[in-house]
Ligand binder design. Structure first.
Ligand SMILES: Nc1ncnc2c1ncn2[C@@H]1O[C@H](COP(=O)(O)OP(=O)(O)OP(=O)(O)O)[C@@H](O)[C@H]1O
Length: 315
């Protein structure tokens, strides 16, 4: 299988400090690929190497069939970078800012203006074209930062913590926009230390810590590295003569069932993820005359996974 991006044994040092330590991963075309890790894990450094902004000590990076050491200029043209620190000019208004960045990629004249306006519309700032960044909220500035990185319609969009310090509305807007960019065919690399964001939008996730790869895969694949069991809580109304031990004996023969327990009117079932057939469980409850009042599923999250694999919390 050929990947859109292949990073092999990447090493990047700052003096004695090895910020990226023999990192390897691949990104498919058209996916949102998340780089997740605590502060100082090496995410920004990896992005700055990938976007050709920094050199590296060892390793091989192939992007769209091009070698990053040999084909830097061609690779630059494919990329749109949304940096962690907002990089817009205070003396330019929103439209002028976006036009400035898009012009660096060769856009000119009417095409430049149209692309810049489209990018502003895309991030929900079309009515703010003539506003300067200093008169914008943090969330608006973040969205302008994104417009500046995408106006030239790059194949690869690299976003370094694009939601830091934004209000909920802007955050939702940004996350939805990223999915739309992916659905339009762009490949997105997204870094964050917000676990829930990465879980929500990324197709695959690489978890890095101290410059090294901890694990890489879809959320389900990552979670399955540490556990294959999830808990299902079914709230019911138990008859006075309900015999839990008998009920348990019957349920335990179900494929994948690991444990059952009862607390008040809630029955907890620990079942392997690939055997979690909710409809069958509901049928069984109903056939025994037990109404299903509420169902909750506790899926192990990436927090648990990170803690289990590294021995410390993500933050
Ligand atoms: N220009 C630099 N010179 C020296 N050390 C650096 C430089 N940039 C980063 N580092 C160090 O390299 C390590 C990795 O930093 P990096 O910024 O890549 O991590 P990160 O995962 O992006 O963290 P954050 O989430 O805080 O941005 C850290 O120990 C950091 O202090």
């Amino acid at each position: 299988m050929s990947y859109y991006i292949s990073v092999q044994n990447l090493v990047k040092k700052y003096g004695e400090l090895c910020a990226v330590d023999n990192l390897s991963f691949s990104v498919n075309k058209g996916e949102i690929f998340g780089l997740l890790g605590p502060n100082g894990a090496g995410k920004s450094t990896t992005l700055s190497v990938l976007t050709t902004l920094s050199d590296f000590n060892k390793g091989e990076i192939i992007l769209n069939g091009l070698d990053i050491r040999k084909d830097k200029m061609e690779i630059k043209q494919l990329i749109g970078m949304v940096p962690q620190d907002i990089a817009v000019y205070d003396h330019l208004n929103a439209l002028e800012n976006v036009k400035f960045f898009a012009s660096l990629y060769g856009l000119k004249g009417r095409q430049l203006t149209e692309s810049a306006k489209e990018a502003l519309e895309f991030v929900g700032l079309s009515d703010k074209q003539s506003i300067k960044p200093k008169h914008m909220s943090g969330g608006m500035k973040r969205r302008l930062n994104i417009a500046c990185g995408i106006a030239h319609a790059p194949q690869l969009i690299v976003m370094d913590e694009p939601t830091v310090g934004v209000d909920t509305q802007s955050r939702e807007h940004i996350l939805n926009s990223i999915k739309v960019l992916r659905d339009r065919g762009a490949t997105v690399i997204y870094t964050s230390h917000y676990m829930n964001e990465v879980e929500e939008i990324c197709d695959r996730i690489a978890i890095i810590d101290k410059g090294q790869m901890v694990a890489c895969g879809t959320k389900a694949e990552l979670v399955s590295l540490v556990t294959d069991v999830q808990s299902v809580y079914i709230e019911t109304k138990l008859p006075i003569d309900f015999n839990f031990e008998e009920f348990k004996k019957k349920q335990m023969v179900m494929p994948g069932m690991r444990a059952l327990s009862l607390k008040e009117n809630i029955i907890r079932m620990d079942i392997t993820i690939n055997h979690n057939h909710l409809s069958k469980m509901i049928e069984q409850f109903l056939s025994l005359g037990l109404p299903v009042i509420n169902i909750n599923t506790e899926v192990p999250n990436l927090d648990t996974m990170f803690l289990t694999l590294t021995g410390h919390e993500l933050r």
